[in-house]
Ligand binder design. Sequence first.
Ligand code: XIL
Length: 478
Amino acid sequence: MSVRTLRLPSPTHPRRALGAAAATAAVALAAVTLLPTGQAGAAGTTLRSLAEANGLYFGTAISQGDLNNAPLTAVAGSQFGMLTPTNEMKWDTIEPSRGSFSYGPADRLVSFAQTHSMRVRGHTLVWHSQLPSWVNSLPGSQVKTAMENHINNEVTHYKGKLYAWDVVNEPFNEDGSFRTDAFYNAMGSGYVADALRTARAADPTAKLYLNDYNIEGLNAKSDAMYNLVKSLKGQGVPLDGVGFQAHFILGQIPSSFKANLQRFTALGVNVAITELDDRMPLPPSADKLARQAGDYASVVNTCLTVSGCVGLTQWGVGDPDSWIPGTFPGYGAATLYDANYQPKPAYTASANALGGGTTSPTPTPTPTPTPPGASCQVSGKVSPWNTGLTEDITITNTGSTALNGWALTYTLPAGQTVTNSWNASLTPATGRVTATNLSYNATLAPGAATSFGFQATHTGDTAFPTSFSLNGTACTTS
Ligand code: XIL
């Protein structure tokens, strides 16, 4: 398959992470205009640690060539807790000719993961693409043996070392029919169960997944995956989860994403977002990046709110190593990191969705003068586009007592309607809105700040809300 040329980043100083000050910055989307520069990542403020604090993982895909890219590896090794080899565990690399196995490239990636205490998702054992021609040329009667031998050899090689395997990748056409690839043609749909059983026998500890794209929303293809999972579970076939690739287009996260994930978890499997990116028409602009931040926040929040969603993996580390421009001409800027491996607004929004705005960074509270009578201060930023906006609001407890549970009430300008939110639950969607804490950010110590955000539609008035009060006490606004 294609080998992508890596466009090397231009700056000389890699930045590994948002520093504590940036992660607790007043607004998630301030990064649109105020990208912090040069801070080293502070413990507790990486995507990885924020995800882990929520019981999730945040992963990335890396290829062998990426290991020579210092800015990329610095970000990957500090910000992500799960690694998927981009191409190196695929059939054409592992077994390019029958019975001849080549593990060097994938081993190097597993070794990088181990050095950085990252877990590994194996990708992928059985797939119609990046499949060497010898498999497609086999007589049908030999495909089952070849498939089982391939799975057995590869899974055994990594036995005990991987968190999960994408056992079968992309089994369905868009209309929900099975792809008529070498495996289906030889064995019918039963190849899926056979592949799962073979993988389980070779490594009983790795989680076993089916993985596909365009199954994020409710549609014919996700119906087909749902029916397959239901049937496999009913037959007692070993299957732990379903991977949703989540190659999204800006502004097109399906509204049924959460409901769809939930119908899968109701079948007794986990779900994972396995290849997340959010492409936009090039070039990027502040407006598009702000909308992308809203998309990423909504995806992270969907996983957070679906019990049984175990984690998210971004496909690539930054825009320079993303597969998007090479595969979807005219599109790009799909990841959390820009051309220079600097975090984008989507990074900040993702970190904030994971609670990254909820820390008290310094032992001595910032000596902000407290206006008489006020126990709270509110700041924030609106990032609008023609019909919508994202908004992040930070509340600082300027009083002297800790709050155990908080409710911030404010008035939305006329015409604004909340469509989704992160780090707080909001009701109602218009008018006088109350944002209530979630369980993990209920406590607000004196001097501490917490952030939440929301996405809304508007009819022209994109002003910041007014008349804030926290637990019934009026707040100052800055
Ligand atoms: C892509 C890689 O990113 C590219 O480098 C390669 O040329 C083609 O494959 N769905 C998948 C991934 O499951 O394996 C694909 O990865 C992207 C789509």
